[in-house]
Ligand binder design. Structure first.
Ligand code: NAG
Length: 340
């Protein structure tokens, strides 16, 4: 009994003595993918981290995910910040993990301060974007396969330059490069809304090329799960990691899936985008997608738990609640007129 008590005491001791690992999430004001910080805060708190969520205070608190911050677990402290200097409560702390979805350039003094703080952490997870890749031209064909972490990046992009600053400063950098993100508490809907607004308006869907190009559409909850798995794994080694659930679909498949969920016809028109461009289509005309093979192989991430097919059901309900998306099909009509 005494021994058991000792054992239990030993097991709970780290948290009792305030030794729970702590992590810092630095979150931009949203507009794009502000929900990454929210979901990551929950995921890290689920593995016993004390989380500080440093939030750009110029965000709109009436919008998601910020409106839901009060419902975050009690182990998450949201610190609003003007993003000019790091608060002293942050600079005086040592974090196991820093998750930066704020920095956009090595020229920002605030990001330089984050880089300095990063020298003392175990893992610096920088969430940039697959958009910085500059793949070889041969890669753009339908069967070009996923973007590889070894591909060159556009060195003119601030995010690429900030990755360089982190790695040259001996920060333990894990550079995550996601692609298109959707999910609960999101505030960017342009990807899937493009499909649903045409389907529900009984309009054709002008999809550039063959429509066989693949896309990674990832639930932010899965992004958070990947970041969590990196945080807790002892096998994770610094480097560049593509970020996505691993399930990819062709542009045309996404259309059919949306049509099925809306119980309406998805009238796909694949056309030659060399003539009229991609119009309002939300993805690139050429093959450009990521899969998380490297993260899976390096530390055994099991891939996400969400799947687009299931998620489209609530997404569609939400789309209708937001008032659906009608109108704005002029560019489509121009494209379709050329095709006809
Ligand atoms: C945060 O991550 C998203 C998803 O990749 C990306 O689009 C955005 O540019 C990142 N934000 C910043 C400020 O780096």
């Amino acid at each position: 009994m005494l021994f058991l008590g000792f054992l239990v005491g030993f097991l709970v001791a780290p948290s009792v003595f305030g030794l729970a690992p702590s992590s810092l999430i630095v979150q931009n004001k949203g507009g794009g993918h502000g929900e990454i910080g929210y979901h990551t805060a929950i995921a890290l708190s689920n593995i016993g981290h004390k989380v500080t969520l440093l939030q750009d205070s110029s965000c709109d608190n009436t919008k998601e995910p910020f409106a839901s911050y009060p419902s975050l677990p009690s182990s998450v402290t949201v610190v609003p910040c003007s993003m000019s200097t790091l608060p002293s409560s942050v600079t005086s702390s040592t974090y196991h993990t820093i998750i930066d979805n704020y920095s956009k350039s090595p020229d920002s003094p605030f990001s330089q301060a984050l880089c300095d703080l990063g020298k003392t952490c175990s893992k610096y997870l920088y969430i940039s974007s697959a958009g910085i890749y500059d793949p070889p031209p041969t890669h753009g064909t339908d069967d070009g396969g996923p973007l590889l972490e070894s591909f060159p990046v556009k060195e003119t992009k601030g995010q690429a330059q900030f990755e360089d600053l982190l790695s040259s400063s001996s920060v333990p950098l894990f550079a995550f490069r996601p692609q298109y993100i959707y999910g609960p508490k999101a505030n960017k809907f342009s990807y899937l809304d493009w499909y649903f607004s045409r389907i529900t308006s009984s309009k054709p869907l002008p999809i550039p090329g063959t429509g066989k190009q693949m896309v990674s559409l990832t639930n932010a909850v899965d992004v958070a799960d990947l970041l969590k798995s990196c945080t807790e794994s002892e096998n994770a080694i610094p480097g560049v990691y593509n970020c996505g659930s691993g399930k990819v679909y062709s542009y045309n498949e996404v259309a059919s899936m949306c049509g099925k969920v809306a119980n309406m016809d998805a009238h796909i028109v694949n056309y030659n985008a060399d003539v009229k461009g991609k119009g309002e289509f939300p993805f690139r005309p050429n093959n450009f997608h990521v899969v998380p093979t490297k993260a899976k192989e390096t530390w055994g991430w099991e891939g996400g738990n969400m799947d687009l097919e299931g998620d489209l059901k609530w997404y569609y309900d939400d789309f209708l609640k937001r008032g659906g998306g009608g109108g704005g099909f002029e560019k489509d009509e121009e494209i379709l007129a050329v095709e006809a």
